[in-house]
Design a protein around this ligand. Structure first.
Ligand code: FNR
Length: 450
């Protein structure tokens, strides 16, 4: 059972707290890592799948095949999944889905963003202690793993304490306190005194948060711990900027951290856009340098790796994964959609007799703007005196499939894509293959063959 006493923790951070960053933080010395906030109703659209190739557990959104949450054995006993929720039953349903894959569940009661507040989540729960209590109590009573919550302070230490006491009575194992009010922004000073006031008065570990502005090295974490009288500390921005802040032996240069993050991103086949975002937040103002601008132009992991001389590592690993059958995404069809919906009947009404079918997907990151399948097909058609193809796309929920009509023949991919553009491109790939303009090897190299 995860113990929250005397721990240095990676704080939840949207888009930053994905698997590569979490593993990096653990390897640098963090004791516990929180996931980014995951919204309960979005999570409920996902299905658990074991990924034998990456050795990960993936929760895959059944409406578009994207991965909502990826985790692995290395973090199993140290990862806490943070949920955004306003509903006890929904929160429990999600927690039950992941109960055997994570070490703890945390409820976000500190997010001041409009999206959270309008949905009754985040700091909205601080104004509704009964509901906050109900969510925590429901989880505590029905889960085998520990439950925590992360809050902001209220206007006075006394008000904060009475709220915390109510939450603690639900049976949670620890509480993270961000020492700012809901209206205070990151540049405002944190209030360590209020955190201390609470920590001295409640029986469970308080995890102090909000000190990054003054945290520049490991010993500053210990100072913040001391100042707040807490048993544990949670770090967000200082780790976002340089994750080696968790190293007791001293911080590493920014480039080393980026290289380590890139290797993990390749290892876990992390979406390039997510890796790019994380590195942008490490580079910060250095994005304005020539190398920074080169980085901003990059789209694929290989392009990013090249800037830090890791292109061979990336190529070899990606080649190995492709050889093993990794496709970057999972296949999801309308019949997989849960719950079954009326619209999916539409999918069956289209007659695919006589349509040349093949299961290929379109991976955008494997193309530049000039060599897209549609561009290749259109150029070939023009050169050989054919009319341009016609594209007929149908949508079921958030999935798309295109029938491409070219030279009196129809082509389609049985892989349902997440948008219309991708569906057209994958239908064009089927057509190119049947015209002999792409070989099976080409499709494998493009990560398209399923
Ligand atoms: C956050 N924070 C945050 N908090 C939370 O409970 N769930 C979340 O998903 C996020 N997301 C997030 C993203 C990014 C990019 C940042 C910078 C912050 C808030 C964070 O966990 C922490 O409470 C504050 O940043 C204060 O701590 P530091 O940064 O002073 O250590």
């Amino acid at each position: 059972m995860l113990n929250y006493d005397n721990k240095i923790i990676l704080a939840p951070m949207v888009r930053i707290g994905t698997l590569p960053t979490r593993i990096l933080a653990l390897r640098y010395g963090a004791d516990i890592v929180y996931t980014e906030e995951l919204i309960d109703w979005k999570f409920l659209r996902s299905k658990r799948r074991i990924n034998d190739i990456l050795k990960t557990v993936d929760f895959v959104d059944q409406t578009d095949g994207t991965i909502v949450f990826r985790t692995c054995h290395e973090e199993k006993d140290k990862v806490v999944l943070q949920l955004g929720t306003c509903d006890a039953d929904r929160a429990l349903k999600v927690a039950k889905l992941v109960e055997n894959d994570v070490a703890g569940i945390d409820i976000n009661m500190g997010c001041p963003k409009e999206f959270s507040i309008k949905g009754g989540m985040g700091v909205a729960l601080l104004q509704n202690p009964e509901k906050a209590f109900k969510i925590l109590e429901t989880l505590v009573n029905n889960l085998t793993i520990p439950v925590t919550c992360k809050i902001r302070i209220l206007d006075t230490p006394e008000d904060t304490l009475s709220l915390v006491q109510k939450l603690v009575s639900s049976g949670i194992k620890a509480i993270a306190i961000h020492g700012r009010t809901k209206d205070e922004r990151p540049q405002h000073p944190v209030h360590p005194g209020t955190i201390k006031y609470i920590a001295e008065r409640i029986p469970i570990p308080v995890i102090a948060n909000g000190g990054s502005k003054e945290i520049e090295k490991f010993s500053d974490i210990l100072k913040f711990k001391e100042m707040t009288g807490c048993s544990s500390v949670m770090i967000a921005r200082a780790a976002e900027w340089n994750c080696s802040i968790f190293r007791k032996d001293g911080m590493l240069p920014m480039d080393t951290v980026i290289e380590d993050l890139l290797r993990l991103s390749v290892d876990f086949d992390n979406p390039p856009a997510n890796t790019k975002y994380c590195i942008q937040n490490i580079l910060r103002e250095l994005q304005e340098t020539p190398r920074g601008r080169q980085f901003l132009d990059s789209q694929t992991l290989e392009q990013m790796c090249t800037i830090w001389n890791l292109q061979d590592y990336c190529k070899e690993k990606q080649k190995m994964y492709q050889g093993l059958g990794i496709q970057g995404r999972w296949q999801v069809t309308p019949s997989d959609l849960e719950p079954p919906n009326k619209k999916s009947k539409l999918a069956n009404e289209v007659n695919l007799d006589g349509v040349i079918q093949m299961q290929v997907c379109f991976i955008r990151s494997n193309y530049n703007d000039l060599n897209l399948p549609k561009s290749q097909l259109h150029a070939w058609a023009g050169k050989n005196g054919f009319s341009l193809p016609i594209y007929q796309t149908r949508q079921v929920e958030k999935l798309f499939q295109t029938i491409l009509i070219f030279n009196d023949k129809k082509y389609t991919s049985t892989f349902w894509e997440k948008n219309k553009k991708f569906a057209e491109q994958s239908a064009a790939l089927v057509c190119l293959y049947h015209l002999g303009l792409k070989t099976k090897d080409d499709l494998i190299k493009l990560g398209s063959l399923l």
